[in-house]
Design a protein around this ligand. Structure first.
Ligand code: ADE
Length: 418
């Protein structure tokens, strides 16, 4: 078995942590049990490019239980948990190409090694695997049955590819399932971003001016949690509807230049590039904290930070302190990479349970339906989405009512008035 990981001796620690996460992923466990009996992915090779975490390890085990031949590489150089990689290889016999802190060249070599292990289905988080396949291995596109995509940024890239007519096979946007983005993006990113900030800095959120750039589902989650911890939350948003939502939630909404002058903590979560640039950095107060929770490290313009600084120092684990020419300090978290995964452990297992239930279901759906699908981006059918929600509620011990026959009929008719 081919693989490339940092430290095989971490296997025992990895096993314990993967099992801990499994304890909070009952929906995925339910699917795994079914997969073990029915083997719906028998003989299917899956090239997965995901954050190498304890939760992903449980997804890998589930796919393998369903009969798939899985290979995993990292979807971000700083999110890889080396103990998990060791356990996957040594205990679960799953090839992994991932090392925490890998340089750019190694990161892309790992993606290519993963593709070489087979790719009936691609399972991506951010679309780096898909874009490598479409640029370097074009001749192999027709062998791919279909793909899945985990995150908003990846879906944006894939929709752009479909629009340009270059997407080589159908892809399911797992991100767009209700049981994914309403929970993972909002509560997962919300909590784990705060978790990352706290682990890195031990800063007191209460009483701070906490600036959130972007009020999508992730931004909503971050703002809510920061507010819940006593911060004065400021939202910077370019979309008028979202900005209005933020204002009606009670947050201050203002242009980024103004927010830059008063913020203590700044978190970007827009999915777009160059949100915090020299212009904003130049007016920030002394000793501010800046971090990014969007998928790629492009939201904080690091070249600008380097340019306007005299020196930089790793002042704490995952905190680089830049000294600006006038003497002010800017503290950058996790090198500008997703703060929740580089400074903490990513979204908690409770929420990844639903995201990865969607991934497992999407893989099976593709093996059945892909021949009938176009080279476009799809969302999973709502019956699957609702079934995942039903299962999650059940595992939480929550019961709900069902509509009566009359109520259902009323909702599908137009004749009855007052
Ligand atoms: N994305 C965000 N959090 C994650 C986690 N814990 N595992 C895998 N992917 C993630």
């Amino acid at each position: 078995m081919n693989y490339d990981i940092a430290d095989e001796s971490l296997v025992e620690k990895g096993i314990v942590r993967i099992k801990w996460a499994a304890g909070f992923m009952p929906v995925l466990a339910n699917i795994k049990e079914k997969f073990e009996k029915e083997k719906p992915l028998k003989g299917v090779s899956i090239a997965a490019c995901l954050h190498v975490t304890t939760e992903t390890a449980n997804l890998m085990e589930t796919l393998k239980a369903g009969g798939a031949k899985v290979t995993l590489c990292a979807s971000n150089p700083l999110s890889t948990q080396d103990d998990v990689a060791a356990a996957l290889v040594k205990e679960f016999g799953i090839p992994v190409f991932a090392k925490h802190g890998a340089d750019r060249e190694t990161y892309y070599r790992h993606i290519e090694e993963t593709l070489k292990s087979g790719h009936d289905i691609t399972m991506d988080d951010g679309a780096d695997l898909v874009s490598t396949l479409h640029s370097k291995y074009k001749s192999e596109l027709n062998k791919v049955v279909g793909g899945t995509e985990e995150t908003t940024t990846g879906v944006v890239r894939l929709r752009a590819m479909a629009k340009d007519g270059v997407l080589g096979y159908p892809v399911i946007a797992v991100n767009d399932s209700l049981t994914k983005y309403l929970f993972d993006n909002r509560y997962g990113t919300g909590q784990s971003t705060i978790d990352g900030i706290l682990r890195a800095t031990n800063y007191l959120i209460s009483g701070s001016n906490f600036v959130v750039f972007g009020f999508g589902w992730c931004g909503k989650g971050v703002a809510k949690r920061a507010s819940g911890m006593g911060a004065r939350v400021i939202v910077v948003e370019t979309d008028p509807v979202r900005a209005l939502e933020a204002a009606m939630e009670g947050y201050d909404v203002m242009p980024k230049r103004k927010a830059a002058e008063i913020g203590d903590v700044f978190i970007t979560v827009t999915g777009d590039k160059w949100i915090i640039t020299e212009k904003e950095m130049q007016v920030m107060k002394d000793n501010v904290i800046i971090g990014n929770s969007g998928h790629f490290n492009i939201e904080i313009k690091l070249e600008d930070l380097e340019k306007i600084s005299n020196s930089k120092k790793e002042i704490r684990e995952n905190v680089t302190q830049y000294k600006l020419k006038g003497g002010r300090r800017i503290n950058l978290l996790g090198g500008g990479r997703l703060v929740n995964l580089s400074c903490a452990e990513g979204h908690p297992a409770v929420v990844m349970d639903m995201s990865f239930a969607n991934q497992a279901n999407a893989a099976v759906y593709l093996t059945r339906e892909a021949p009938k699908m176009d080279k476009k981006v799809y969302t999973l059918p709502s019956e699957i989405d609702h079934e995942i929600a039903r299962l999650k509620l059940k595992t939480m011990g929550i019961e709900i009512d069902v509509l009566t026959k009359e109520q259902k009929k009323y909702l599908s008719s137009w004749g009855e008035g007052t």
